[in-house]
Design a protein around this ligand. Structure first.
Ligand code: PEP
Ligand code: MN
Length: 359
């Protein structure tokens, strides 16, 4: 049996989009029960309640989760409100405790997926389980590592699998906490069409504003569900306060979602897919242009300090020749690339001119 042959019928027990909601971290019994009660009272279609029991935090000495006591609160959420429950496991001890407490869905966090030893330890502790195991993408955009984690789970006889796209971290500050990369997710989907894919807009956005758009974009490209951090009192949350939303806002978000036709032959589905990829590339183009302009500024300062003219015709010649050659190689028109590079070069000269004049 290999990953491609897995049927992954578990997702069919849920209507789509399959929503998982609940706080980043379990904090207290009352916070858990109030959050669960309010999600229930909205009547939004949320079958699964999440809460982090053990929290991987960037720095030491902060709140690292309540630990096993929180598993009792997840149990109460299940008993009182009928949710299935989900939590993150990051080592064998977490796995044994979560299985003992009958948590329904376990996920491997982004910081664990990067580490094959950790994934192997978790997989072995889970050996033969019927539970659904979701694997978040690793923090770095490495598709092979992500797939490797699933293979380690399958190697231990674990067949109910799914993945969560939570974005990729970069040193570069962007509008996202973790940049989404639809291409890598689509590459995954084309290789493993049967493995359900969920989106985690909370850890992608890092704020409350972009959540609905990211979730809808994911549905547009064929994702089957989302995991969204939801807290009774988001501003007071002990972790990830900026990105958590109230149950009522969650219900509104879910109400506005449109499940897309995922049939590739369907026009709408295709359009959504292409448009999302284009937005993704546009975003990267802008980021790259901004990096280019910042380097250009540095060159401007060097030129100023050394009394060198801004316009260096030989350099410009090399740049345009290279760009034209690349354009032809990649099947684009020479005229188009000339136009684009002329605009970039003009802006670069403008930026350097400002440096020469103003400082
Ligand atoms: C989380 O879901 O709370 C979490 C820690 O996410 P990630 O592993 O994506 O950082
Ligand atoms: Mn979180």
């Amino acid at each position: 049996m290999n990953l491609k042959e897995l049927q992954n019928d578990w997702i069919n027990a849920f209507s789509q989009p399959m929503m998982i909601a609940g706080p980043c971290s379990a904090e207290s019994e009352s916070q858990m029960l109030e959050t669960a009660r309010r999600i229930k009272e909205t009547n939004a279609n949320v079958p699964i309640f999440r809460a982090g029991i053990w929290k991987p935090r960037t720095k030491p000495n902060g709140f690292e989760g309540v630990g096993v006591i929180g598993l009792n609160w997840l149990k109460k959420v299940k008993e009182e409100y009928g949710f299935k429950t989900a939590t993150e496991v990051a080592n064998a001890h977490h796995v044994f405790a979560a299985l003992e407490a009958d948590v329904d869905i376990l996920w491997i966090g982004a910081r664990s997926t990067v580490n094959p030893f950790t994934v192997q330890e978790i997989a072995m502790a889970l050996r033969g389980t019927e539970k659904t195991i979701l694997v978040k993408n690793p923090v770095n955009p490495d598709l092979a590592l992500w797939i490797g984690a699933l293979e380690r789970l399958l190697g231990q006889g674990i067949k109910n699998l799914g993945v969560i796209h939570r974005g990729f971290s970069t040193y570069q500050k962007t509008k996202y906490r973790n940049n989404p990369n639809w291409q890598i997710a689509l590459d995954f989907k084309s290789q493993f069409p049967n493995i359900p894919m969920l989106i985690d807009p909370s850890h992608i956005c890092g704020n409350r504003i972009g959540l609905a758009d990211i979730t809808q974009e994911a549905l547009n490209v064929g994702y089957q569900g989302a995991i969204i951090e939801t807290h009774a009192n988001p501003d007071e949350a002990w972790s990830d306060a900026a990105q958590q939303i109230t149950p009522e806002i969650l219900a509104e978000l879910i109400g506005n979602l449109k499940m897309r036709n995922t049939d590739l032959a369907g026009f709408e589905g295709d359009m959504g897919r292409h448009r999302t990829l284009i937005s993704d590339i546009d975003f990267q183009l802008i980021e790259l242009l901004s990096q280019r302009m910042k380097i250009s500024e540095k060159i401007g300062r060097l030129k100023k300090e050394n009394d060198i003219a801004i316009f260096q015709p030989e350099r410009w010649k090399v740049i345009t020749e290279y760009a034209i050659q690349k354009a032809v190689e990649t099947g684009m028109s020479k005229e188009f690339i000339e136009k684009v590079f002329k605009a970039i070069h003009e802006e670069s000269i403008e930026v350097q001119n400002n440096i020469m004049i103003n400082r």
